[in-house]
Design a protein around this ligand. Structure first.
Ligand SMILES: Cc1cc2nc3c(=O)[nH]c(=O)nc-3n(C[C@H](O)[C@H](O)[C@H](O)COP(=O)(O)O)c2cc1C
Length: 206
C-alpha cells in the first residue's frame, strides 16, 4: 500500500504552501485510491530543538542507552519511522528570510541521525533512505528564478537538495509559487496567481 508523508511548515492559515500541499495530496489520493497519507503540521506541533541530552543520547550506542536517553530520542524515532515507512514525501516550504521556516529546520535536526538516516562509510557519508521520492512546494514573496541574479538568494532549494540527498533522498522535485508578495499587496488576484502553480502541482503529484 503506497504511503505519502505530507509535511506543512507555514504558520499561516491562509498559507499558499498549505494550499499547494492540499492540492498535491488530493491529486495523489485520486491516483492512489488505496494509498495512506501521514500528516505532520510542523507549525502546530513543533519538533524540539536538539540539546546536549539529545546529542549524547544519539551518539550512545543503542544497546547502551538508558531509559531516559531512549525517551529523549523517542520523538526522533517516530519522525524517522514515518520517513522510512512512506514511499514519497510532499513538503510545503514558505520562504522565511531566504531559507526554510525554523520549524522545518527543527524537523531536519530530529531526522538527520547518524546510524539511522546516514552513516559515514570509508567513501564518505551515505544516506540510508532508499527509493524515496520528494516534492518540495515552495512559496516566496519575491522571485528567485533560476538563472537570474536573485536566484543566489534562494537558499531553500540548494539546502533541501543537499540535506535530503545526505539522507539518501536524491529524487527531489521543486515547484515554486514565486512572487507571492503581489498577492499579499493585492496587486494580483490569488486565484489567478496560483492557477499555473496548482497545475504544476497536479502534474507533479500524478
Ligand atoms: C517571517 C517571514 C519572512 C519572509 N521572508 C521572505 C524572504 O526572505 N524572501 C521572500 O521572497 N519572501 C519572504 N517572505 C514572504 C513569504 O515567503 C511569502 O509570503 C510566502 O507566501 C510564504 O508562504 P506561505 O504563504 O505558505 O506562508 C517572508 C514572510 C514571512 C512571514
Amino acid at each position: 500500500m503506497p504511503t505519502l508523508l505530507h509535511l506543512d511548515s507555514s504558520p499561516l492559515e491562509s498559507s499558499i504552501t498549505r494550499e499547494l500541499t492540499r492540492e498535491f495530496v488530493k491529486t495523489w489520493q485520486n491516483s492512489h485510491p488505496d494509498g495512506t497519507v501521514i500528516y505532520r503540521d510542523l507549525a502546530a506541533n513543533q519538533p524540539k530543538p536538539v540539546d546536549t541530552q539529545w546529542i549524547y543520547s544519539a551518539y550512545t550506542p543503542e544497546s547502551s542507552r538508558t531509559p531516559e536517553q531512549k525517551a529523549t530520542l523517542a520523538p526522533s524515532d517516530e519522525l524517522i519511522a514515518e520517513l522510512e515507512h512512506a514511499d514519497e514525501y510532499v513538503i510545503g516550504v514558505a520562504m522565511h528570510n531566504f531559507s526554510i521556516p525554523s520549524v522545518l529546520k527543527l524537523w531536519i535536526d530530529q531526522i538527520a541521525r547518524s546510524g539511522r538516516t546516514f552513516v559515514y562509510a570509508e567513501s564518505g557519508p551515505q544516506g540510508l533512505l532508499h527509493g524515496k521520492r520528494a516534492t518540495v512546494l515552495t512559496a516566496t514573496g519575491g522571485i528567485y528564478d533560476a538563472g537570474t541574479p536573485a536566484s543566489a538568494l534562494n537558499f531553500i532549494d540548494p539546502y533541501l537538495k543537499a540535506v535530503l540527498g545526505f539522507i539518501g533522498v536524491t529524487n527531489v522535485k521543486f515547484v515554486t509559487a514565486g512572487g507571492a508578495a503581489q498577492v499579499m499587496t493585492g496587486v494580483v488576484d490569488r486565484e489567478a496567481f496560483l492557477k499555473p502553480t496548482l497545475e504544476a502541482v497536479r502534474t507533479a503529484a500524478a
